[in-house]
Design a protein around this ligand. Structure first.
Ligand code: PMP
Length: 292
């Protein structure tokens, strides 16, 4: 197998040599931010949107990214070229960098930038037709006025607790509610429901990441004339929906066939979900930054 090259603070190192300090505050405190990005047929899908979210997250947490926007774009492109990757997943991490054992970020003189690019397929093609079994979990979404969901932070403990609960129930994904009982998102994806032809997704202020895939689906809905609403809804609305689907960079657009033992629609991917997946897949190698 060809060597995998990882971008680490301006150098390209092999996977075995890609190491950071145990004093890095990303490791010690989850102090940092990240992006998950896809490359499809040589095109970095929604590259600008991902970098905008990264730099906005950095600004919000007062993290000084040691690369300009253009340098970051160049580093992404170079990582893909080095790995000869035309189709795959990119994990871009900016951690606060090495400091001391205290949590003060002022003790971390320089942020670390890491770019990992590799092949990825989280779900089989079959799963896009059958849909996922999901459960709602008792772990609530972090409240937005504690940690704003617009920040894509390295601190995923909330989501990991959700994943643990979902694993224990034998489900493929979990649905997180906020403390008022409104549906927010999955452990790593946004959620949409379809009822009588109307597609609804929760507003992000309830406690959901402003997903790039979520926005791509909203744009497709507007363009293709689907009725789309951003409105709060509850688990009841999920149970009685005709279709439910999740969106995310890794998951793309994937149907949910079951929620808490309730079968959704016909118990497999519905027509609107499949149509939106098709529309989504028709733009992924066009909309973004061409590398190859
Ligand atoms: N919500 C959470 C909690 C996520 O981690 C992600 C990304 N994996 C998403 C939603 C989907 O966001 P995007 O479409 O930008 O990947």
């Amino acid at each position: 197998m060809a060597e995998q090259w990882i971008y680490l603070d301006g150098q390209f190192v092999t996977k075995d040599n890609a190491k950071i300090s145990v004093y890095d505050h990303g490791f010690l405190y989850g102090d940092g931010i990240f992006e998950g990005i896809r490359i499809y047929n040589g095109n970095i899908f929604k590259c600008k949107e991902h970098l905008d979210r990264l730099y906005d997250s950095a600004k919000s947490i007062m993290l000084n990214i040691p690369l300009t926007y253009q340098e970051m774009e160049d580093a992404l492109v170079e990582t893909l070229r080095r790995n000869e990757l035309r189709d795959g997943y990119i994990r871009l991490v900016v951690s606060r960098g090495a400091g001391n054992l205290g949590l003060d970020p002022n003790r971390c003189p320089k942020a670390s930038v890491i770019i990992i690019a590799e092949q990825l397929a989280i779900y089989s093609e079959e799963a896009y037709k059958t849909g996922l079994k999901t459960v709602s979990v008792s772990t609530k979404r972090n409240i937005p006025d504690a940690l704003n969901p617009k920040i894509k932070s390295l601190n995923y403990l909330n989501n990991i607790l959700v994943k643990i609960q979902s694993n224990l129930s034998g489900a493929g994904e979990a649905i997180m509610l906020n403390s008022q009982g409104y549906v927010t998102e999955g452990s790593g994806d946004n959620i949409f429901i379809v009822k009588n032809g109307v597609i609804t997704t929760p507003p992000c202020y309830l406690g959901a990441l402003e997903g790039i895939t979520r926005q791509a689906i909203i744009d497709i809905c507007h363009e293709k004339g689907y009725k789309l609403k951003e409105e709060p809804f509850t688990l009841h609305d999920v149970y009685v929906a005709d279709e439910v689907f999740l969106t995310g960079t890794a998951a793309e657009v994937i149907a949910v066939r079951e929620v808490d033992g309730r079968i959704i629609g016909e118990g497999h991917a519905g027509p609107i979900t499949l149509k939106l997946l098709e529309e989504f897949r028709s733009i992924v190698d066009k909309d973004g930054l061409k590398v190859w």
